[in-house]
Structures are given as structure tokens and as C-alpha cells.
Design a protein around this ligand. Sequence first.
Ligand code: IMP
Ligand code: MG
Length: 175
Amino acid sequence: MEDKQRNILFSKEEIKEAVIKVGAQITKDYDGKSIYVLSLLRGSFIFAADLVREITVPTTIGFMTTSSYGHGEETTGVCKIVQDIPDNIKGMDVLVVDDIVDSGITMKFVVEHAKKLEAKSVKCCTLLNKPERRKVEISPDYFCFEIPDLFVVGYGLNYGDLYRNIPYIFNWENK
Ligand code: IMP
Ligand code: MG
């Protein structure tokens, strides 16, 4: 990537502001209830960690690992469970949290999975929404930013094994 430069789409400060806003909206919508936040690994670990600290209703956090991407930029089209939900979510209000809804295959699969396990309600929240790329019908109940068809990294999002630890969101552009 040496011939390219980083183009910052969302700074640390912009992300923080957006996460506070979405957290406040979730707190309002779930007033009087408790939430089971289901964070999808690995991509959502940073977003979920920041988001749950903005939610003030009683919250339980569980993690699930799915896989649909090898090491590249394209989904294989099939979502597999690598590590399932560690708790019984029957009767719970589940909020699935992911880093990005791209084709939508992962989010749709996990929402349906939680419904099969008899969650009382299932909603979804994503840091980034990339609607142009949708292959299945799903629209996030909550998102921080909508982006065009760009491959982005940082703040949990990876390319290969790298960039999840970068505190802002960027893509590459030619120098
Ligand atoms: P989907 O199943 O196609 O919606 O993709 C969901 C997963 O693909 C996310 O959890 C990410 O791990 C990955 N992904 C999709 N788009 C991007 C991107 O622009 N950058 C990094 N990862 C992405
Ligand atoms: Mg990923």
C-alpha cells in the first residue's frame, strides 16, 4: 500500500460523537427493559465496548464469532458460526452489534439465528452501513454512519490481520 495514502473518513472525535448519539437513542428506546448486546467478533469489539458504555439500561454482553470473509475484501456469500452465543437468549431483547453491514449476509443470518433461539425481540446496530452493496434485505435499526461502496478499515475493521487498532476510520487513495 506504499503507493497509496490514507484518507480519513471519520476521525476519533466524529466516531465518539456518533456513538454517544446512538447509545442515547438505544437507551431511550429500551427504557424499562434490559438488553442483551450480542457483539460479533472480531470486527465489532471496539465499537461494542464504546457503545455499551453509552447505554444506561441494564445490559448483558455476549460475543459470537461468525465468518464469511476469508482474508480478502469479498464475502464468500455464506455465513458460518465459528463460536456460538454463550448464553440462553430465550425471552431476551437482543441487540446484535456489528462493525459494518455490507452485503447484509452476516447481519441477516445472526438476526435469524437469534430469532430461532426464541429471543423476545431482535434489533440490529452497526457502526457503518454500506447500503449500495446489499445482497439480502436487511436495514439496520441503528447505525452511526452511512458510507458509499468503499473498503474501509480502522476502529475494529480489518484488512487481512491488520488495522483494527487504528482509532479512526480510513480508506486508501492513490497518491
Ligand atoms: P456482510 O456479511 O457482507 O454484510 O459483511 C459483514 C462483514 O464483512 C463485517 O463484519 C466485516 O468484517 C466485513 N466487511 C465488509 N465490508 C468491509 C469493509 O469495508 N472493511 C472491512 N471489513 C468489511
Ligand atoms: Mg472483518
